[in-house]
Design a protein around this ligand. Sequence first.
Ligand code: MSP
Length: 475
Amino acid sequence: MKKKFYITTPIYYINDVPHVGHAYTTVAADVLSRYYKSKDEDVFFLTGVDEHGAKIAEAAKKAGVEPKAFADSLVPRFQEAWKNLNINYSEFFRTTNPKHEEIVQDLILELKDKGFVEKKKYTGVYCVACEKFLLPDELVDGCCPDHGTKPEEHSEENYFFLLSKFGDKLSKAIEAGDYEILPESRKNEVIGKIKNGLEDVSISREKVEWGILFPGDESQTIYVWIDALINYWSAQKVFNQDNIWPADIHLMAKDILWFHAIIWPAMLLALDLPLPKKVFAHGFFTIGGQKMSKTRGNVLDPNTLVEKFGADAVRYSLLREFPFGEDGDISEEKIANRYQSELSNGLGNLVQRTISMINKYEIRISKSETNSKSETRKISKLIEDLKFDQALQEIAGEITKLNQYIEENKPWELAPKGSLGWTKTDQTKLAEVLSHVHSGLVDITPQIAPFMPETAEKMKKQLETLEPDPLFPRI
Ligand code: MSP
């Protein structure tokens, strides 16, 4: 039987079209998914959208339509963006799926039955863009640190999940490695916060109508985050996937690590369900140092980027620019530079000139030794550790080396010189040189495949047929 690998992205809020920040996580998930598929694992890759809550209701109201109709109109925009980026997800989750709604209610009832739910009064400030209550010390000049907007005063009676009871259990689970929080620095942050004590969390909303009804008290709806987190679990029933739980990895940015690393595992512990194996929080794309977000209005549209540079170059640039766990600035100019230097002048040019010379000098290619096995192992390990930037750096290094090898060996000097003809030694040497480069490229092809699937396909074909076709034409 194949080994299963269950990977998730967050389900994105459907208040607007996707931007490059959403694309970043989704591309990373797709790279992992393609990588594990290439290792013959049974991959289930889940992405989707988060449709309930005040944020969506407000956006729908602005558009003058019902929330569900609003969400329906945006779903294709997400699916189209993922198609443009060549994202090969297994299923697309929608939280308005009736099966999911039922499962969410059942799990809440179970939490209640087990004594982990209590009704309490709560007063605090709420950021609708985050869909969460903010603590006073989190505010920057009275505003949400991520969105720069002023949160709303809320005072209501809600049902609470008794998160405070789970601090010790969570710490133990983290220490025992039952589930891993990555990167390490984030794990330490989470452990620190648990030590400071966990507060119970509200799991219902009194004044939000657009949501799943709270079982046993229909005057409230289920807090959108609780509804959303359960998608990872309910996907099993929604998509008839037996035995995929626990998830092998939940991917997200650091903004929502708390929900994934604390609240979600605590709920699972309360329900006696297994914990996810890994939770990885990457950094933010920033524009001029500020988080890119729809609320701030400083977003890049992934579709426009794909139109300009092609899916593979965008996938490559997004993951190449900075380490996956850290923040980094992104811009069209940076993508253009990578395209030009590493893809067009680097890989594209290498493939093109190698094949042209093989054809021009009528060389018969023989299999040549390269150090690809250790290189491939190194790259595989980097991908498994989510060090995508380093994996791509390795690959870029191999390409540079092959280009240098050509410069050093100057195949054109070995070519027949006019009427002087061709010496046997030159002919043999030329075949050797070009075979070495050709083999190197054959080895690189599967290494780049998870990142640039289309390019890998094209390379494979060109290296077989020896019919060159520019991989990254000049823009
Ligand atoms: N709906 C919740 C998630 C529920 S999951 C059970 C949500 N949605 S969101 O639309 O705000 O998406 C947040 C996620 O989008 C981040 O965690 C990250 O994966 C991605 N990103 C959004 N903006 C981003 C950047 N500027 N930079 C990097 N990733 C970004 O939270």
